[in-house]
Design a protein around this ligand. Sequence first.
Ligand code: SF4
Length: 400
Amino acid sequence: MNERELETMRKSFSTVKNRSSSIKSSPQVVKLQERVKKIKENALKNNEKLVKQAKESFKRNGIEFYDAKTSLDAQNIILDLIKDVDSNIISKSKSNTLGEIKSKEFLKDNGYEVVETDLGDRILQLKKTDNKPVHPTGPASHLNIAEITEIVNDYLDEDVNPVAREIMEVVKKDVLNILKDSKIGISGSNAVASEEGALLFVHNEGNISLVTLMDLHIVVVGIDKFVECLEDAVSIAKLETVYATGNYVTSYMNIVSGPSKTADIEKKLLKNMYGAERVAVIILDNGRSKANQECLQCIGCGNCIVHCPIYNAIGNEFGFNNYLGGRGVAMSKFIEDDEVCYSSGLYMCTLCGLCTLNCPMSIETNEIIEMIRKDSHKKGFYPKIHRKISKNIHNNDSPY
Ligand code: SF4
């Protein structure tokens, strides 16, 4: 990221900080935070049971489900699901899990056109290069309006003015036009309610509603997203919204608990009214069952990176893939390996603990990073200068 992008990102982060600071300390949010901590703790403790229960509920509701141990498994399942659909345009909504399995890259390699439906993600998609998001809910927070105008005009061959509404309208028109030919929707899910077999989606733009209306809706979700019931899922989504955006609630919460159906004519059950004819859930492990359990308590609000001194200084270079900042670095060890974890910025962290102080789940990312460093050092992944310093201390009682 260049200095101008970093400056724009820091400004956007300050706006979120200011907006959320008062509501975060309100008694109702503090109460919600305590509730969500218990929900996540309990859900992770009973993870296997909850996934099993969700599968039974999915079956009852007519939702297809598949287990994916790895990213590659998830990719193959997706290809198998879409191979007979008569459309190569895929409507996508924002999802870290889809980023984790590199959904856009592999679908493109297999001849599919993936269209981001979230405005920020679509702008980054049009940017083509250096288009990694900088925040889970504000992916293009580092681009100023002049840069966004140039990107949109270049790609769409338009002549929009640097006016937010004009940009929004022109991107919306283009996306809706492409989606007319799309029959496949792909998304993640904010939380899965096992008792009901229901998937929860949170958004402000209404774009996920469009994705759920495709003939086939594929949902890729990590095993860490399963909770006991719908009330728990909604609580997580509410807390995530407060910490991610500074609002009490998002514009939309969609709950999908089965394919679209109607029985309005003589009680004859018909599928595929307005929404999806098929809903398929891919349950992804990809290192989670062996991951540090505390890491999995994350609700994806992004508040840790907003407050992280390293992230504010260098941006999304600190993190892994769509998992940004220290928590992302930690996750990369379990999703990928020690080498990726090292190159994602394992030694960039100052261990200051500001992430923990600002995390609604109080995840001690700094402590986790320290533990991973100890382990990775034994495996030879550490800055080579450390060896020299250690030698100097040993020989000269001084690091120099
Ligand atoms: S680690 Fe905490 S602050 Fe960071 S994204 Fe996860 S829940 Fe939010």
